[in-house]
Ligand binder design. Structure first.
Ligand code: OGA
Ligand code: NI
Length: 358
């Protein structure tokens, strides 16, 4: 596999600038092939991903605790996606983090451009994923940064504005790591593994954690494009803080696209490709995408909880013996992530390609 080139294959256009220019027709670069466009017919409006009250994990009543653990198991098996409420992260911090990022995206372009990113690390302010020249692009800008490992955390690559931004982002990361660890324990137990199994398989205290803040500007022709193309998340587990006003995330379920209706102060949790591999596909990472709309912008914070990047990730031995065969060949997250960084979001083709030859 080739390594990442040093610069983007063509000049970067900020989608926010395009949107602000007031054009009525989107450039061809953003027009998706017919089959990928969001269908305006929404399927089963009353169907949604499960909502789980995590506070009940700490109930005095054994049955309530067992029931919550079981709800998480079913959500992981049936959906690969669920919302959590009463998760222990401060609601004020969630709002402050989202609004700090909204302010960042509304700061002057020259301020944002100081953080313009490159495909070598993706850290900073970006407007595309993948480096294929002439690729069809998504209708969004983003900001990407690392929390963990500490060696990758670099405040110089974090925004300076608004003034409390770094402090807020820092605290947000700390609280989300705690929540992710909690969920990793529940997932391990639900898979029939020891409570610490997944955390240890991820590298114990040496895990990775990063944040992608997505900014989806208003779009004059939302039925022709996507804010984020269909993909599964390459990492371990994602904790998404969606916009509090504007829906947009769609999850693929039995061939339909379900639009998630975010609950107040909830996080949307989803299984990434690395947990699919570790669980030998008992849990599956699920395809999702984002639609945009003509009248409202949308901000979301995707926090990715990932394995240490240089250890091989492979199915848990216990699950292989029980289920018959190992479905995946070992691969480090560094190697895995390179595919996505070269090719951009492309459904589940990446984790499928890891399948062991049989
Ligand atoms: C992501 C993602 C969904 C959203 O960043 O990987 O799926 O609602 N985001 O922005
Ligand atoms: Ni995603």
């Amino acid at each position: 596999m080739s390594s990442i080139q040093q610069d983007w294959p063509e000049p970067i256009v900020r989608v926010q600038s395009l949107s602000d220019s007031g054009l009525g027709v989107i450039p061809e670069r953003y027009v998706k092939p017919l089959g990928d466009r969001p269908s305006m017919v929404s399927s089963a409006a009353d169907v949604d991903i499960p909502i789980i009250n995590l506070g009940e994990l700490y109930s005095d009543d054994d049955r309530v605790r067992a029931n919550t653990i079981s709800q998480i198991n079913h959500a992981c098996r049936d959906w690969g996606f669920f919302q959590v409420v009463n998760h222990g992260v401060s609601p004020e911090l969630m709002d402050r983090a989202r609004e700090a990022w909204r302010e960042f995206f509304h700061s002057p372009m020259d301020v944002k451009q100081k953080h313009a990113n490159l495909p070598t690390t993706y850290e900073g302010y970006g407007s595309r994923l993948g480096v294929k020249k002439g690729a069809i692009l998504d209708w969004s800008d983003y900001y990407f940064l690392h929390y963990l490992p500490c060696s990758l955390k670099d405040y110089n690559k974090w925004p300076l504005l608004p003034s409390d931004c770094r402090e807020v982002i820092d605290e947000y990361g700390k609280q989300l790591v705690i929540l992710a660890k909690k969920l990793m324990k529940v997932l391990s137990v639900n898979l029939g593994l020891s409570e610490e199994y997944l955390q240890n398989a991820f590298g114990g205290e040496n895990i990775g954690a990063c944040l992608r803040v997505n900014f989806y500007p208003k779009c004059p022709q939302p039925d022709l494009t996507l804010g984020l193309s269909s993909h599964s998340d390459p990492g371990g587990m994602t904790l998404l803080l969606p916009d509090n006003h504007v829906p947009g995330l769609q999850v693929r379920k039995d061939g339909n696209w379900i639009t998630v209706k975010p609950a107040r102060h909830a996080f949307i949790v989803n299984i990434g490709d690395q947990i699919q591999v570790l669980s030998n596909a008992i849990y599956k990472s699920v395809e999702h995408r984002v639609i945009v709309n003509p009248s409202e912008e949308r901000v979301s914070l995707a926090f990715f909880y990932n394995p240490k990047s240089d250890i091989p990730i492979k199915p848990a031995e216990d699950l292989v013996t029980r289920e018959g065969a190992s479905l995946y060949q070992p691969m480090t997250f560094d190697e895995y992530r390179l595919f996505i960084r070269l090719r951009g979001p492309c459904g589940k083709s990446q984790v499928e390609s890891l399948k062991s030859p049989r």
